[in-house]
Design a protein around this ligand. Structure first.
Ligand SMILES: *[C@@H]1O[C@H](CO)[C@@H](O)[C@H](O)[C@H]1NC(C)=O
Ligand SMILES: *[C@@H]1O[C@H](CO)[C@@H](O)[C@H](O)[C@H]1NC(C)=O
Ligand SMILES: *[C@@H]1O[C@H](CO)[C@@H](O)[C@H](O)[C@H]1NC(C)=O
Ligand SMILES: *[C@@H]1O[C@H](CO)[C@@H](O)[C@H](O)[C@H]1NC(C)=O
Ligand SMILES: *[C@@H]1O[C@H](CO)[C@@H](O)[C@H](O)[C@H]1NC(C)=O
Ligand SMILES: *[C@@H]1O[C@H](CO)[C@@H](O)[C@H](O)[C@H]1NC(C)=O
Length: 542
């Protein structure tokens, strides 16, 4: 073939590739920390003020059966790998600072896969998947930039992470310890960085931006309890004085700042004129902690049973909202069964990738389910197999039945908790604030008060809690379709199904690797490194 023809063919190919790459959507993933099922206004809660999140829900799709892992480290591993944590050893309790565990070298991550398709990838906020070495941190695991912290939480202002035995500063701008950040409210810092990334990005390439907020996790330890920190006590008391429990008031205030953040980030996309080519996913890593020694009743999973860490719906029936300009079914609840592990293949597919390149995953591509409300191919969800306590849970039969095996932590987290947010004192829902919210304005939809009223009525959680329930059961079977609040144990009356589901759990058990959750390494103590949490097993830790 003559050279010129080859050059022309190459030019044509290049043009096709360029044209395709501009069609790849930007992907914005916003992850809240420990947000309770009931801590969003669109579910009927009048106590919290979340006009931007609500506007996202009314303009997008509320994922009513979007399942998470029961706690942070496993959830984050699931999102980034598309695999159930039993495959990577991440099924145990969240990492405590100084645990040397990390993602396996041979498992690729969502940002790594998106990079192969031409994306620039950014992580703002929390990591929580190990930092013993530099080469297990976000910058080595597919992110072009990272601004935030490595541990499970930081205080909102001083950015200290305090484990049960050690304490230190945990805030970086890429690998640089960012001491200047000290004193600034973390939610604001993350918002500002996300906006800067959006403004600086060269949109000839697609962008993947993951914003992992600290809100509304508890931070600072006061006495023996972690509290959520508000940005400004005066304005908190002014705006949320109707909430009696001061810790609940703090959470609701921090949640309002998170809501503002979502508004500002989406507004920035709109001002850059790239919102139409961006898909947005908002979710929480797990349910809220609503009672217990460390976090008494700050959040609410009402009316669901159980809190963070348990295997009940309050821990794992997550908050999930999807938005794309091109979706056909908006403002509705999408009750298809989904799981966090689906995000990787779904985004990969949206980015134009060929799923065959991803190898064996637990996640499935749910793009058509999200965009066009097609029927999902997912028939079951493994909730988790926690191999230390021996407790496990699985949902099968197209989402109808759930089996929970074994009692976790003496049943400490298996009860009901949290305010309804529907007391008279919680005030009326502010429909106008939703219509005027940054998110609603950015979408430019013409939602009126009447349509928002109707949308909210449809999405509102209907109470299902009964007074009586079996406190802890070694083996529970629940009919989630008719009993989403998990009050009535059917394990005895439905023996056949129960045994089938036990077999299925045993199958997953046989495939699982032991959990990585190990002892804290005292050599990680920040006191050896100028008071900073750092890569303590590297030759040059700082
Ligand atoms: C990764 O390596 C581990 C340990 O060698 C192995 O058990 C696992 O199957 C590997 N996973 C993949 C996806 O290759
Ligand atoms: C806190 O909020 C109050 C009331 O809104 C305001 O007057 C004050 O300036 C704020 N303080 C700070 C430090 O921003
Ligand atoms: C929506 O469709 C338009 C026209 O086909 C396309 O240019 C755009 O990239 C799509 N947006 C997303 C988020 O998929
Ligand atoms: C919250 O917890 C406190 C202390 O544990 C308790 O006194 C109070 O009644 C609880 N409030 C709710 C709404 O559960
Ligand atoms: C469960 O209760 C027993 C007896 O009260 C106690 O010894 C044990 O430490 C508890 N275990 C957990 C995980 O709370
Ligand atoms: C209303 O508030 C009171 C006092 O905080 C609380 O005990 C009660 O549970 C709340 N009721 C509802 C329906 O949330």
């Amino acid at each position: 073939m003559p050279h010129q023809t080859l050059i022309i063919i190459n030019l044509v190919l290049l043009k096709i590739i360029l044209a395709q790459s501009t069609n790849q959507p930007n992907i914005l993933l916003i992850l809240a920390d420990d947000l309770g099922y009931n801590d969003v206004g669109y579910r009927g809660n009048n106590q919290v003020k979340t006009p931007n999140i609500d506007a996202l829900a009314y303009n997008g799709a509320v994922l009513e059966r979007f399942y998470t892992l029961p706690m942070c480290t496993p959830s984050r591993a699931a999102i980034l790998t598309g695999k159930y944590p039993i495959r990577t050893g991440f099924q145990g309790l969240p990492f405590e600072g100084g645990e040397p565990g990390h993602l396996p070298e041979n498992v690729s991550t969502l940002p790594e896969q998106l990079k192969k398709l031409g994306y620039k990838t950014h992580l703002v906020g929390k990591w929580h998947l190990g930092f013993a070495y530099r080469n297990v941190t976000p910058l080595a695991k597919g992110f072009d930039s990272h601004y935030g912290y490595y541990n499970g939480l930081i205080n909102y202002f001083d950015h200290i992470y305090q484990s049960s035995t050690m304490t230190g500063f945990d805030f970086r701008d890429n690998f640089r310890v960012d001491r200047k950040s000290k004193g600034e409210y973390a939610t604001d810092l993350f918002t500002n960085r996300a906006i800067k990334i959006i403004n600086d990005h060269d949109y000839r390439k697609p962008m993947f931006l993951m914003v992992n907020h600290v809100a509304v996790h508890t931070g600072k330890v006061v006495g023996h309890q972690g509290i959520v920190e508000e940005r400004n006590t005066t304005s908190m008391n002014k705006n949320f004085g109707y909430i009696k429990d001061v810790n609940r008031r703090r959470l609701v205030d921090a949640l309002k700042t998170l809501d503002d953040s979502i508004g500002n980030i989406i507004k920035a996309l709109s001002e850059k004129d790239v919102l139409d080519n961006t898909i947005i996913f908002f979710l929480s890593d797990n349910g809220g902690p609503t009672y217990g020694e460390l976090y008494p009743n700050y959040s609410s999973n009402w009316p669901l049973r159980g809190i963070k860490i348990s295997h009940f719906e309050g821990a794992v029936r997550g908050t999930g909202i999807f938005y794309s300009k091109n979706m056909t079914c908006r403002g509705k609840s999408n009750s298809n069964l989904m799981h966090m592990v689906d995000l990787l293949p779904t985004f990969y597919s949206a980015a134009g990738g060929n799923l065959k390149n991803l190898g064996q995953l637990d996640g499935i591509n749910q793009l058509d389910v999200l965009m066009y409300n097609k029927k999902t191919k997912r028939k079951e969800v493994l909730i988790n197999i926690e191999d230390v306590s021996g407790s496990a849970a699985i949902i099968r039969e197209n989402g109808r039945y759930k089996l929970i095996q074994g009692i976790q932590y003496n049943g400490t987290y298996d009860s009901y908790g949290g305010e309804t947010g529907r007391n008279h004192s919680d005030g009326p829902y502010d429909f106008k604030s939703v219509i005027n919210s940054d998110v609603n304005q950015a979408f430019g939809t013409k939602l009126g008060i009447d349509s928002v009223k109707k949308l909210r009525e449809d999405l509102r959680t209907k109470n299902c809690r009964k007074a009586k329930y079996e406190k802890s059961c070694k083996l529970c079977l629940f009919d989630l379709e008719n009993d989403p609040c998990e009050t009535t144990n059917l394990a005895k009356s439905k023996r056949g199904l129960t045994n089938e589901m036990i077999d299925r759990l045993d199958y997953f058990r046989s495939e699982s690797v032991p959990q990585q959750h190990t002892k804290v390494d005292p050599k990680s103590n920040p006191k050896y490194y100028g008071g900073v949490w750092t890569f303590w097993l590297d030759k040059k830790p700082l």
